[in-house]
Design a protein around this ligand. Structure first.
Ligand SMILES: [Zn+2]
Length: 105
């Protein structure tokens, strides 16, 4: 009786030649088709597609294709506050900080 990996369609058989010269069989799990997701909240970015040139694959705004509109607007607002010295970079929530830093600099 073979294991579940050999019967599963989600695992892929790969034959590899090892340094000793013999070939071995490995099973790797296939990666899902998962689309682009927001770097902060991990929600799906529906406007980002795989087809066509890169410039038409994602929204043209700042952090388009990287952050969802909600997270993007938070980052922009926080960056403006830091620019106007209403806040320091240390006061910005740590999950947004690197993106705010990218705008401020
Ligand atoms: Zn988000």
């Amino acid at each position: 009786m073979k294991g579940t990996k050999t019967r599963s369609t989600s695992a892929r058989l790969v034959k590899r030649r090892v340094p000793s010269g013999e070939s071995r069989e490995y099973y790797y799990h296939r990666k899902g088709k998962g689309g682009a997701s927001c770097a902060i909240c991990k929600c799906a970015l529906r406007a980002v597609t795989r087809k066509g040139p890169k410039s038409s694959k994602r929204p043209g705004r700042i952090f388009g294709g990287m952050l969802c509109p909600t997270c993007q607007s938070i980052v922009v607002v926080e960056a403006t506050r830091v620019k106007d010295k209403a806040k320091t970079l240390e006061d910005v929530d740590i999950i947004y900080r690197s993106y705010v830093q990218g705008i401020v600099k």
